[in-house]
Design a protein around this ligand. Structure first.
Ligand code: BEZ
Ligand code: FE
Length: 291
């Protein structure tokens, strides 16, 4: 019996062939593609044994950094732009629907139901601001009863879950049900830009490549309405630092909004804020789901 063996020339082919009896077709496709690309990558880079070991050590450290509250692999996927690519592939929407962006790791606790107009800033850290918008279908029809889940960092750039001893539980989080015209409004603070968790291997990767760990200031939004595709997105604060260099590549031009100062006593009274007041407006447009 003669054994062909695995060589530089046939390496991917030999391994792909080993998966020939995989009953799950999708698994087979994924593994075959993974092997083809991985072998091409190794042939391109030609790592030394020591370099390959370093790579394995890096991935091991990423794994060791994962627990119920920290997902370093997701962070790695984020800073390599893979999370945004997966998001783009899975959200091929109509032109006029609101653009999507990454979910991020800070949605780990659920947002409490809150009444329209509620103040979600329980620690008052940041400049007070009204956040409001309308949820519509792509044909312009208002989506009464749409659900809008909002969460954000405070004016110092921290989420509640990062400062459990300093911030009240569920600070700067809320799920709102839009009114009959699809409108939602709430009181909050202007969020600040912040670094992604950078005390682990992903942070070391950023440092080694002279990349900063910052995300521009943003408010996270998940909106959904009956018969429509849910959208997971952010509204980014115009003029925030790092809009052009978000470390997770999450910024889209269509999602940037100014913080405007409104001088209108009637509206101030409606929102229950002193006049004048800061205001961020963000309408959300959802695609209908076609059966
Ligand atoms: C966030 O926006 O919450 C986030 C997204 C990706 C990585 C880290 C944080
Ligand atoms: Fe965030």
């Amino acid at each position: 019996m003669s054994v062909a063996g695995l060589h530089e020339e046939n390496s991917a082919e030999v391994v792909v062939d080993s998966f020939r009896d995989t009953p799950d077709e999708r698994l087979k496709t994924v593994l075959n593609s993974l092997v083809e690309h991985l072998h091409a990558f190794i042939k391109d880079v030609e790592p030394t044994h020591a370099e390959w070991e370093r790579g394995v050590e890096f991935l091991t450290a990423v794994g060791h950094m994962c627990d119920e509250t920290r997902q370093e692999f997701v962070l790695l996927s984020d800073v390599l732009g893979v999370s945004m690519l997966v998001d783009a592939i899975n959200n091929r929407r109509s032109e006029s629907a609101t653009d999507t962006t990454v979910l991020g790791p800070f949605h780990m606790v659920s947002s409490p139901a809150r009444d329209l107009g509620a103040n979600i800033s329980l620690d008052s850290v940041g400049e007070p601001c009204v956040f409001a918008g309308q949820v519509r279908s792509v044909d312009g029809a208002p989506l009464a009863g749409a659900r809008v889940d909002v969460w954000q960092a405070n004016g110092a750039g921290f989420y509640d879950v990062q400062q459990p001893d300093l911030q009240p539980e569920r600070n700067l989080r809320g799920v709102f049900v839009a009114d009959d015209e699809g409108r939602f409004w709430l009181r909050t603070v202007v969020p600040r830009y912040y670094p992604i968790p950078d005390d682990g291997p992903v942070g070391r990767l950023l440092a080694a490549t002279k990349r900063h760990p910052y995300r521009p200031a943003h408010i996270h939004v998940i909106a959904d309405a009956d018969g429509h595709a849910q959208v997971t997105t952010h509204v980014f604060v115009e003029d925030s630092p790092y809009l052009d260099s978000d470390t997770v590549f999450g910024v889209k031009q269509s999602l940037i909004r100014p913080v405007v100062v409104v001088d209108d006593p009637v509206r101030a009274e409606r929102y229950r804020v002193p006049n004048p007041f800061r205001f961020i407006e963000f309408d959300v447009v959802l695609d209908p789901v076609t059966a």
